[in-house]
Design a protein around this ligand. Sequence first.
Ligand code: ZN
Length: 317
Amino acid sequence: MDNKIPVQIKPTIKTKYVYEKLRICNNCHRYTILREDNCTFCGKPGLLPLREKAAATVRRTMRNERLAAILITLISIFFGRSFQEMAIGLAGGVILTGCLWFVQHRLLPRAVSREIARMFLHDRQRIADGLIANLDRAVETGKEDKARSYEMLREIAALVHDDTIRSLQIILLQSFVLRKDMELELEPLLQSRFDPDLARYIGELAKIKRELIKDRTFRYILKYEHEIASLERGEDILAGVAGAAVRLKRYVLSYSDFISRYARLLPKERFLRLYRVIATNPNEPWTSLADEVYRIYNEKYQWDADFQQITPRSISL
Ligand SMILES: [Zn+2]
């Protein structure tokens, strides 16, 4: 762990929908989710966001429909046998084109959404090919620029939910010096299988960004508690997670058995927090946790000034 590198990671660009991160090349019509200037396939600029491309297609179709209406108008004028018929043809054509334009204008947003759905269905293989090429590029970039490689994987992972990609992200994250001010994430990286690097990453977050540790992570840790305990410094990871759980009374209640197993390993500041939660809520069903906390308190902290402000008698025994 000594060869960790300091890095700067760019923040993610937030979009309302994940698919809005996809862009399509105006030249070769391949897809990419990476924040690049040029297309991965043909190397040319001109990457358009999916919505912009869909809107352009819809506008072109609508323009053709209007041209068809104008053409019909011209034909009806041309075939008019009298001035009156020609005038009726012209008036009808103007009304038809006007109505068409009005309806098209009203339907534009819905038509764009429909076009996006059509592109997804029709181009699913191309989108998959684009994402695979993106993944290759991200892995290749990792040889020279690990931070950029991580950013690329994070961009791909927004659309592709896959444990292999999560593992690659975790391996890169584990090679970085992690700082509190970094935009780090945890829940999107949780996997369905046990990953020792993920467990170590959670252990690090427990020290620098414990607010990221929430229910899904606690459940992951509980599921693989035995495997984590057998890792080198595995107990430190588990104690760190228990320390993260004591920040909310709700977590202490939900994971009381787990916390009870590691309460003895908590640093004083975390134990004090746990002690306070238990002491000020004597009527909650803490099961054996309250007994364990009181035992540790008696052994280690009963003469500690920081604990004196909390009344020990309020602990439910
Ligand atoms: Zn291209």
